[in-house]
Design a protein around this ligand. Sequence first.
Ligand code: FAD
Ligand code: UDP
Length: 399
Amino acid sequence: MRANVDVFIVGAGFSGAVVAERLASHGLSVLIIDKRPHIGGNAFDAIDAHGIRIHPYGPHIFHTNGANIAKYLSRFTEWRPYEHRVRAKVGEQFVPIPINIDTLNALYRLELDESTVEAFYQSVREPRDPLRTSEDVVLNAVGRDLYEKFFRGYTRKQWGLDPSELASSVAARIPTRTNRDDRYFTDSFQKMPLHGYTRMFERMLTHPHIDVQTGVDFFKVRKTVRARHVVYTGPVDAFFDYCFGKLPYRSIRFEHEHLPTTAVYQPVGTVNFPNDFEYTRITEFKHLTGQAHTGTSIVREFPQDEGDPYYPVPRAANEALYQRYAALALAETGVTFVGRLAQYRYYNMDQCVGAALKSSQYVLDKLGLQAEVESTSTGSERALPTRMRDNPVASRSSG
Ligand code: FAD
Ligand code: UDP
């Protein structure tokens, strides 16, 4: 492991990997570590014991409206078109979620169409103002019956909290449709990395200026690494030794199962269970990856408090606690905090990429490199000030 580098990055998920790639491409020497035995963070994928590509940390579907983000990642992967579809089990029916015209017609035996659906929503919604909580958002949009059928139970399982205790932004992730579109996302770019996320991360991190070390915990090595700047993508409260108390992060237990003689287990990628079982949803990976196989592999998600931190929990009290940590983070001038755990933000993958590109620019500026971070140039020499060109970063790093 290099002990003397320009930039020391903690965490090899989307946030850390993007910063590592960008800074290395501008000539900086980078050490990136992860305490897990692999790169990719929660987006890591792998072939299971039965030959099927799975996502060990739950289903990851890539979608973005950020053309620059798609373009950036396309340097490291080819893509396969994939539009995610989800059904929710309500009673004995499996109906589209987000709620659309077909959901309503199936549940209530109606014959709504685009000209009548708005009036239906108007007749059932419970107007709320302001929309402070997730309960407000859903009741305001679709009223109590649909709230109870789709949102209340799912949210209580997922977060261990009632929707009335969660910020409006959580339920606002799920739109209400006035058409028949049954795609989970409507983003302009919806594709999966053709050879998987891990392969994409490998291509990002394979660079002569990047030293990747997995199975290494920052808190065990932080004193042994000398760096001009640190980029931290782990939980922000851990960095500060929980000095204001623990920030709540929600975890999940993933129960993977292989079905050797079932070619197709369910009709769509994910089925949600708002009201039945202890798990929230089942995902069948072959839908996401397009892989052909005589068997299939699925995962059930059991949310829990203990375990690896996966989700920040958006609610006012947590945001207030986070802001106290954020003030400490701001004062750490030698450290940049970025990502879902470090910024305590419910980021999707593309938002992590966007935040990481911004952070990369910040670090370049901070270290005195006059360069544009999204430049496709590989001419790192051109980007470096004279002082560094005379003393190339690659040869300064030891190990
Ligand atoms: P992470 O991926 O969490 O990476 C942080 C890394 O830091 C981890 O690998 C961790 O091991 C490491 N680390 C932490 N502490 C230390 C330490 N002390 N020392 C060394 N290393 C450390 N997003 C989408 O866009 N689409 C989806 O479909 C989607 N589905 C999801 C499903 C689930 C179940 C979950 C949990 C998330 C999902 N996401 C999805 C969100 C996505 O996972 C995140 O946006 C993204 O992976 C976060 O990247 P990150 O680099 O910020 O954090
Ligand atoms: N949600 C729900 N019922 C559903 C789907 C979503 O109540 O069938 C709520 C729930 O609170 C969930 C949130 O909407 O946590 C966001 O859902 P999303 O599918 O975006 O969650 P993620 O994929 O991030 O776990």
